[in-house]
Design a protein around this ligand. Structure first.
Ligand SMILES: [Zn+2]
Length: 427
């Protein structure tokens, strides 16, 4: 069944007992176990992290459990990082339709992540504080790993055969020409700091504000083209499992991905995290906050991640992804799993909200309109402005696209450079 077909349906009303029965039959047998470790050294004290190993899709049903790990690297203060740590996960989860099965839940996750990130940004900016934060949020359900990120904290995957892959994209103006073009097209200026009689120094930054990142949560003083819309990637590991290393730029500025992975191979997760931090320090000293989470996804009947066989590796092709053909969410992956290929289920990095929410973002019913971002219900008569853009449905045409409340629509326009910040408007 295709993604479109699934999410276009109304959430089915499945009795709880049926759902629990399905979960027990489908997942209990072959679910991997999760072990994790964390290590950090503070320079400015602006890194925060979140570890939630025991979340449940169906409350009270341990077979529906999933895990969440996240890193928030704050800048210009700590409040955005703390706010995101406390609110982001709830905002993401509240954007997933209720009463759906596991496959649909996983398919809803990428869009819910977009809605949750944007909602968290709007809520934080309402407080009128100027700090900002990167976010790298990882959701692990069985063998499926979903990563959403803004900024330059990074998540890598070390899998079968010691092959290493990046699951995030760095939103640094210096390194991302696509993002530079987007920011410039939306009205921002990109350039280096000018000192010493005209000499340019340091990385490329966005002006006004001087931020080197093109995406973040918070940063209301920088301009709305610094957007909170995350890059999202969803992969399914083979039954050999794998190791995730999630870390702030204090690690990645000191260690290439392969070196970070290699430095801790064969060690349990808690020791691995400590060693990666130590290795970063050894090569660069403590120049920045340095936080590292190591998460092992371990096959059943193993107590630690199995040692990867020493193989001759082609350094140029560092990773093998098998891309699932469109319109197939089938069970044809068992052969692939056995040979250790990671299956790519989803990847999208567009900064345009309309492209991320899709036309069929679920709504409750025709009487009540639920905003696709903030999830607040509004009566259809609530005086919404209708602009020339037909994608987002005005109140009188509920079936043509996702509904946005007035505030979220203004946020969308501001992010695309069409309007000044919605925060100047009385709510
Ligand atoms: Zn809204």
């Amino acid at each position: 069944m295709s993604r479109t077909e699934v999410s276009g349906m109304k959430p089915p009303l499945v009795p709880l007992a049926t759902l629990i029965g399905r979960e027990l039959r489908n997942e209990k047998v072959e679910k991997p176990s999760i072990k994790y470790g964390q290590a950090a050294l503070a320079k400015k004290g602006e890194d925060y992290f979140l570890i939630r190993p025991d979340c449940q899709r169906i409350p009270g049903n341990s077979a529906s459990s999933f895990s969440v790990f996240a890193i928030f690297d704050g800048h210009n203060g700590i409040s955005a990082a703390i706010f995101a740590k406390e609110n982001l996960l709830n905002n993401v989860m509240s954007a997933i339709p209720q009463g759906i099965g596991r496959e649909e839940w996983l398919q809803s996750l990428p869009r819910a992540l977009v809605a949750g990130f944007v909602k968290t940004d709007i809520e934080f900016q309402r407080r009128g504080e100027t700090s900002g934060t990167t976010v790298t949020l990882v959701v692990i359900d069985g063998w499926t790993v979903t990563v959403a990120s803004v900024g330059d904290s990074r998540c890598i995957l070390d899998t079968h055969g010691g092959l290493v892959s990046l699951l995030t994209v760095d939103h640094r103006l210096e390194e991302n020409s696509e993002e530079r073009e987007r920011v410039t097209a939306s009205g921002g200026e990109v350039g280096r700091l000018n000192v010493y009689g005209g000499t340019e120094v340091g990385p490329l930054r966005c002006w006004p504000g001087g931020l080197c990142l093109s995406r973040s949560i918070g940063d209301m003083d920088v301009g709305e083209y610094i957007v909170p819309i995350p890059h999202v990637k969803q992969v399914k590991l083979s039954n050999a499992g794998g190791r995730l290393i999630i870390a702030s730029d204090g690690i990645w500025d000191a260690l290439p991905s392969e070196m970070a992975a290699k430095s801790c191979q064969g060690l349990p997760a808690d020791l691995a995290a400590k060693l990666v931090v130590k290795e970063a320090l050894r090569s660069r000293g403590l120049k920045d906050d340095t936080t590292c989470l190591v998460v092992d996804i371990i096959p059943p009947k193993h107590s630690v991640l199995p040692r990867t066989p020493k193989k001759k590796q082609n350094k140029l092709s560092s990773f093998i992804f098998w891309k699932r053909p469109q319109n197939s969410m089938t069970k044809s992956t068992s052969k692939l799993s056995s040979v250790g290929i990671v299956e790519e289920l989803f990847e999208e990095g567009s900064a345009i909200l309309a492209e991320r929410l899709g036309k069929d973002f679920p709504m409750t019913n025709s009487e009540i309109f639920r905003c696709a971002v903030c999830q607040e219900d509004q009566p259809p008569s609530d005086g919404l402005s209708v602009d020339s853009e037909s994608f987002f449905s005005p109140a009188l045409q509920p079936r043509e696209g996702p509904f946005l409340c007035t505030n979220c629509r203004m946020k969308k326009d501001a992010m695309e450079g069409k309007r000044s910040s919605p925060m100047t408007v009385t709510i």
